[in-house]
Ligand binder design. Structure first.
Ligand code: ADP
Ligand code: MN
Length: 266
């Protein structure tokens, strides 16, 4: 007994606040006819039962919460749906990730936005699969159709997404700085990403990591590159710098970037 409807009015923001009207308008903009059709098919196939409001509205994609009500009447399962935007301005700084990326299919028309967006979505889907197979905490990828990616929802049972590391409320009551162990955890993740997945995240920062209960989750891997990409090591240095800057601000006595670089690549 599926609730066969796409609910767009119950807009629940990251903090549970109702988003303002302008926000709502942008979040609905992305749902053109084609996108609605894809969502409808996913509903018919039982991938999700209901699509809720935007968890996040970004430059390149919106992320929506969704729920699957199992046929057998079991507990509802939360999902997240990332829908890439096909708007034109968005791809300007994407070129540097594509150039030298051998996984980018030949024959893809780089001046065709829809083609490009599909490529980004596919890249994210495949990268998530790799992370998931390597047991790196991330949303499990569930289904990809064109520019619509369904994945595991990282959040609590009430439907609230886990906070980004940037917004995480971490108790600092003990004598040890609690950020230190998260720093160490993240270095391990970066190494595993490089060594086991052969990937460099290439946009790693406190904005693309979710936090819950001492666990870090890597998200937003559409721009991640193979470690043999001509600029992979440059991107890795950037990631290392961002991570170091953040944890230093949290009072962690960080290792030199050079040392981390060697630890990850050695
Ligand atoms: P963008 O390209 O807009 O930065 P992200 O993949 O970083 O897209 O997702 C944007 C935001 O959506 C994240 O900061 C997070 O709050 C939320 N989000 C993304 N994926 C999930 C997920 N699987 N579960 C819960 N929240 C998610
Ligand atoms: Mn992001």
């Amino acid at each position: 007994r599926h609730a066969n409807k796409i609910k767009l009015d119950s807009v629940k923001g990251e903090q549970g606040r109702d988003k303002d009207k302008a926000d709502r308008a942008t979040s609905e903009l992305v749902l053109d006819q084609r996108t609605r059709m894809i969502l409808l098919k996913m509903i018919q196939r039982g991938v999700v039962s209901e699509v809720h409001g935007a968890i996040s509205t970004g430059k390149e994609a919106n992320v929506y919460g969704a729920v699957l009500e199992p046929e057998d009447g079991g507990r509802p399962i939360q999902r997240a749906i990332k829908i890439y935007k096909t708007a034109i301005l968005v791809f300007k700084d994407r070129e540097r990730y594509v150039t030298g990326e051998h996984r980018f299919k030949k024959g893809v028309n780089k001046s065709n936005n829809r083609d490009m967006v599909k490529q980004w979505a596919e890249k994210e889907f495949r990268n998530l699969k790799r992370l998931h197979s390597a047991a790196i905490a991330c949303p499990e990828p569930i289904m990809l159709k064109s520019h619509v990616l369904v994945m595991e929802f990282l959040g609590d049972k009430r439907g609230y997404a886990y906070p980004r590391l940037r917004d995480a409320n971490i108790s600092e009551e003990g004598t040890e700085n609690p950020w230190r162990s998260l720093y160490v955890q993240l270095l391990g993740i970066m190494r595993r990403l490089y060594k086991v997945c052969s990937l460099v995240h290439a946009d790693l920062s406190e904005y693309n990591i979710l936090y819950n209960d001492n666990q870090l989750y890597v998200i937003d891997v559409s721009q991640s590159v193979e470690h043999d990409h001509p600029r992979a090591l440059e991107f890795l240095r950037m990631d290392i710098k961002n991570v170091g800057d953040f944890f230093r601000r949290k009072g962690v006595d960080t290792l030199p970037d050079r040392t981390i670089f060697d630890f990850i690549t050695a």
